[in-house]
Ligand binder design. Structure first.
Ligand SMILES: Nc1ncnc2c1ncn2[C@@H]1O[C@H](COP(=O)(O)OP(=O)(O)OP(=O)(O)O)[C@@H](O)[C@H]1O
Length: 615
């Protein structure tokens, strides 16, 4: 695809935007390959049957059965319409007053049944779509959040999935909506086809053969020329919509850093570049859709007068009544519409095919995450209180860069370990592997159960919600070890006291209380966020705590106070840090000595060695 090459200016003339082409789609990307639509049918079936075979299959089949029944009733009513119309028009042409009013009353009866039927059908289809969407979204969310799949999807090259958020929030509703719409349309058309073929066959069988041939040739041509191409363009559009949105969300999330760097011009050019790529794809999609539209009109108009032309000689010869001509026309166009449903709804089918490709890929990735062989084995046990690494080899995901080679480590309960080494040597990576986030490598990690460990990352996560939920995170209350030790959950007064302990005495008062909701990640300084993370540690009182430069943004006095608190609430902990004053809080030191080698020594030995090196 050709990229527009010009530099562009946004409305605000202060920000000059240079277009940067940042992303070239990979060869394996389905968005870059035009495939026949039939390629996607098994995938659609696989995704669709998940609900119909899952734990809510009874509900799914009930909705589906009601919808099919309503489609059938709908068709029966249409057949009745064709006969009522025939009687009505024949009576008009023959000036038969009695038959005319009989035809009118037939119409009225049909309308009395049809109106509520249509409303019930609409309601059922909407509920079916919603229930299906709820179930599928819930399944995807569960899979996405379970086993830290959301994290692994980002680091594994072999399952690279762009914009999973968009796939879950946008593609699922479009998929269920499109599936219900198109499948019910197909069923209605099938019933119409059967019913009106009977009507037309009883009057003019040759016309049925003509219609069949016309529709088969037309459908083949449309699918061949437009199907795969439109599907590919729809896929690329969705991908580019997601990329643009992600760029803007990233800017919002990193607003302060970008503003400090004065990086808005570069970010704006990046966003604009993504917008241009999207627009180029949409233009191509519009061109192909216009071509399809032209073809659809030619296809329909070519047969518009055919039933009347075909039947007129018989009417002039007096072998059929006038109403037969309109009934044949009605039946002819119903069958034609039924047989050419693929042509008429080609844009919808190709959109659904694109959504299916994206959802199937996401499902595949989140399911595969669960079954991927774990090479570094984590053996968590409620009976283990310390930490041990056995024959531990660690590599970075994807690139396979060596972080640790043949590392054996034993940290008994009640002891603490400081991990040191130059920046980028792999200190945080060791914690990632111990927590089970990274698994590339080999060896065993023996540790307490997952619920008994707490990891404090360099930048604490501040969830959405009130100040209270910042304090209690990741638990919502009842699982707090503090509550179990004290026999009751912490009262507001006790929470305020704990805020005092981590040197945040005025915070609740300053922001307006524990129920105040703010964008905490932006409102609190990094040092305040790190103190909040220590407070979580006091409440959860884990058997084993991991602190990745968890006091890096605090001054030395605050750091000393926080480590003092830590030693009273958690005896076994592992820290990563650069500051030498941290040594006094730890018994052991694990030092990176290069090329994946690490050396374990006591804190005193480490200090003596450093002192002798300096001397
Ligand atoms: N997702 C990833 N995929 C591949 N390599 C990664 C990934 N994350 C980090 N790395 C690489 O792993 C190496 C170790 O990174 P790590 O964050 O563990 O270093 P560190 O010792 O904690 O550094 P610092 O002291 O600066 O925090 C680095 O070379 C880094 O580029």
């Amino acid at each position: 695809m050709k990229q527009s090459d010009s530099s562009t200016l946004l409305d605000k003339p202060t920000v000059r935007i240079k277009v940067v082409d940042t992303k070239t789609p990979s060869v394996n990307d389905p968005g870059t390959v035009s495939r026949p639509l039939s390629f996607t049918v098994p995938k659609w079936w696989r995704v669709a049957t998940l609900w119909f075979r899952g734990d809510e299959k009874q509900r799914a089949w009930t909705y589906a059965a009601i919808s099919v029944t309503l489609c059938l009733l709908n068709t029966l009513l249409l057949v009745r319409v064709s006969y009522a119309q025939r009687m009505f028009e024949t009576a008009l042409a023959g000036k038969e007053q009695g038959d005319f009013y009989k035809g009118v009353s037939n119409f009225v009866v049909i309308i009395i049944f049809a109106a509520p039927l249509m409303a019930i059908q609409y309601y059922t289809e909407q509920r079916l779509t919603l229930e299906w969407r709820r179930w599928l979204t819930n399944r995807l969310l569960m899979a996405y959040f379970s086993d830290q799949t959301f994290f692994r999807l980002h680091i594994q090259d072999d399952h690279h999935i762009d914009n999973p958020d968009q796939r879950i929030c946008d593609d699922v509703p479009q998929y269920t909506d499109g599936s219900v719409f198109l499948v019910t349309a197909l069923i209605k058309k099938l019933f119409n086809c059967v019913a009106f073929t009977g009507v037309l066959w009883s009057i003019e069988p040759k016309m049925v053969f003509f219609l069949l041939t016309y529709a088969v040739v037309g459908t083949w041509l449309t699918t061949y020329v437009f199907g795969g191409r439109l599907m590919q363009l729809q896929y690329t559009c969705m991908q580019r919509e997601g990329d643009l949105r992600f760029e803007i969300v990233r800017t919002r999330e990193n607003a302060e850093s970008i503003a400090f760097y004065k990086g808005e011009s570069r970010e704006a050019s990046q966003a604009n570049s993504r917008l241009l790529r999207l627009v180029v794809t949409i233009v191509r999609k519009i061109q192909w859709q216009a071509g399809l539209d032209l073809w659809k009109h030619v296809y329909v108009y070519a047969t518009m007068l055919l039933p009347a032309l075909w039947m007129a000689p018989k009417y002039f010869a007096g072998t059929i009544e006038f109403g037969v001509i309109s009934q044949v026309g009605f039946a002819f166009h119903r069958i034609e519409a039924a047989l050419s449903v693929l042509i008429m709804k080609m844009a919808d089918f190709s959109g659904l095919a694109a959504q299916t490709e994206r959802l199937e890929a996401l499902l595949d990735a989140v399911v595969h995450q669960g079954h991927e062989p774990t090479r570094i084995q984590q053996v968590p046990s409620a009976r283990t209180q310390g930490l041990s690494l056995e024959h531990f080899n660690l590599r970075t995901p994807g690139s396979g860069h060596l972080i640790a080679k043949a590392l054996d480590l034993d940290l008994p309960p009640g002891k603490s370990l400081l991990i040191v080494g130059p920046s980028g040597c792999g200190k945080s990576s060791l914690l990632r592997a111990i927590s089970g986030l990274w698994t590339s490598g080999s060896g065993l990690v023996r540790c307490p159960s997952i619920a008994q460990m707490l990891f404090l990352p360099q930048k604490p996560f501040m969830p959405l919600g009130p100040l209270r939920s910042q304090i209690l995170f990741p638990s919502s209350g009842p699982r707090l070890e503090w509550g179990q030790r004290h026999g009751h959950q912490p009262s507001d007064k006790e929470l305020l006291g704990l805020l005092d302990d981590v040197l945040l005495p005025d915070l609740a008062h300053k922001v307006g209380g524990l129920e105040t909701e703010l964008e905490w990640g932006h409102v609190l300084s990094l040092g305040e966020q790190q103190r909040m993370a220590f407070l979580r540690l006091l409440l959860h009182q884990p058997a084993l705590a991991f602190l990745d430069e968890a006091t890096g943004a605090c001054d030395e006095n605050t750091e000393a106070a926080l480590y003092g608190i830590l030693q009273t609430s958690c005896q076994t902990f592992v820290s990563v840090g650069h500051r030498m004053q941290l040594l006094q809080y730890h018994d052991l030191v694990l030092e990176c000595t290069g090329k994946g080698h690490w050396q374990l020594q006591t804190s005193i030995e480490y200090q003596q060695r450093r002192a002798s090196q300096r001397a």
